[in-house]
Design a protein. Sequence first.
Length: 149
Amino acid sequence: MRKRIVSRVGEEMSERISTNTFHGLAFRQLRKSKKIKGGASILTEAEQLSFASRAAAVAGIDISREEAMRVIEETRITLAGSGANDEAARLVAAYEDLVKRNRSIDFQDLMRMAVIGMRNGGSPPLKCTHLFITGFCFTITTVLFPVRL
C-alpha cells in the first residue's frame, strides 16, 4: 500500500507517510504509552480459538470453539461489556484470565485499550493531518480512533 501511495504523491513526500494496519497503529500507540509491556505477544487467530475452547471448558460451557469465540467477541464489543448474561460473563472472564496469565493480547484488546487510553488521557491520540482507513468494520463505535488534527 505504501508504494501505491508514494507513487501518487511523489517520492519527496515519502518521509511524511506512515502506513500500518489499524491494529498495528493501536499496538504502536500502546507501546509508546507503556500500556503494553515488552514481551507481550499478540494472539494469532488459532491461539484465540484455542483460548476460547479452554475458556469454555473452564466456565463449564459445552459449545464449539468457534461459537465460544463469537460469544466472547460479541460480549466484549462494548467497552464496558455491559448486558452480558451469566454464561457469557463467565466465558469472557475465563478467556481474559487465560490471556492475562499467558502475557498475551488479542486484536480486540488492542482496540479497546487504545480507545480507552485515548478517552482517559493515558494514551495520546495519533498526531497526523490525514488518516485513511479501509474496511467497513472500523466504523464500529468501539473502535473509532480519536485523531488529533
